[in-house]
Design a protein around this ligand. Structure first.
Ligand code: NDP
Length: 265
């Protein structure tokens, strides 16, 4: 078999850990492939760029996950349902699309037992796929967002939604920061009085941001809550993508230790 080439498509792509994660895994599992990054400026050129570069598969990141959905010939049922694709594999000239962010997230929070009610802080793209899979799995998801506009589509899907002005605090088992607040600044994802009302009674707090302790996680720790950042979500979406890339030649547990090395380098 010819060496296979994979890539990350996005804008920007320079910060991403995906090339390291996948290249370490190809090397560690002795799979003849390599993974690069490609700055894709025009998302409508995704399909032609994929074939021009003779790729076998790609991960797609911001802002092209909806273009990725449109570029695929065959969609996995979950990707079809949410309209968002972050992993594409070419098979016999056709593009197959998957979403691995949401199952990766689901696996990352599985360690928190006896969780039923979940409060999402934020209602952006990441919240879209993860709220859907959590609901499919029987969790009750409520969304609290800074602005009303993004909540409209969740309302239509009958999620309970609030803005900061309309929120009435109650108990949630899990409180999750799904915003980018704290990523490049020191801001909290919601007003402190709201967080002081929901964090103390939560069983645990999770942040999708990785690589730093966000103000939200610091606040959760000040209340002695179990916390978790976004590293496992990133790792698990990568493992699930790798399973698709290699046509399930390896199990999740075989891939995990080699891909995890990307987080300790
Ligand atoms: P989007 O741009 O789609 O949405 C951003 C959300 O954050 C919106 O709800 C926005 O609210 C809210 N927001 C932004 N800044 C603030 C603020 N200062 N205060 C309150 N709310 C704020 O982003 P994504 O959904 O794509 O990404 C969200 C986060 O998830 C990012 O930090 C990203 O790094 C992380 N992520 C982590 C992954 C992982 O593997 N661990 C994978 C993918 C994403 P509004 O509507 O009011 O603007």
């Amino acid at each position: 078999m010819k060496k296979q080439l994979f890539a990350l498509f996005g804008n920007p792509v320079s910060h991403s850990k995906s090339p390291l994660m996948h290249n370490l895994s190809f090397k560690g599992l002795d799979y003849d492939a390599c993974y690069t990054r490609y700055l894709l400026e025009d998302g409508s050129k995704l399909k032609e760029t994929f074939f021009a570069l003779k790729l076998k598969g790609v991960n797609v990141t911001v802002p092209h996950k909806e273009h990725a959905f449109n570029a695929c010939d065959v969609l996995d049922p979950f990707a079809q349902k949410i309209g968002v694709v972050n992993t594409i594999v070419e098979r016999e000239g056709k593009l197959y699309g998957y979403n691995t962010d949401a199952p990766g997230f689901l696996k990352a929070i599985a360690e928190f037992k006896e969780v039923k009610t979940v409060l999402f802080l934020g209602a952006g793209g990441t919240a879209q796929s993860t709220s859907s899979i959590l609901r499919d799995e029987g969790y009750e998801v409520t969304l609290l967002n800074r602005s009303a506009g993004r909540l409209e589509k969740y309302k239509k899907e009958r999620f309970e939604t609030f803005t900061f002005d309309t929120f009435v605090p109650k108990h949630y088992d899990l409180v999750i920061n799904m915003t980018s607040a704290g990523l490049e600044d020191e801001s909290l994802p919601a007003p402190k009085e709201i967080l002081d009302a929901v964090v103390p009674t939560a069983k645990a707090c999770v942040d999708v941001i990785y690589g730093k302790e966000t103000p939200f996680l610091k606040l959760a720790k000040s209340y002695d809550k179990p916390t978790k950042d976004g590293s496992d979500m990133l790792l698990y979406q990568g493992i699930i993508a790798f399973e698709y890339f290699t046509n399930h030649a390896y199990t999740f547990d075989e891939i995990k230790p080699v891909m995890k090395k990307a987080f300790i380098l």
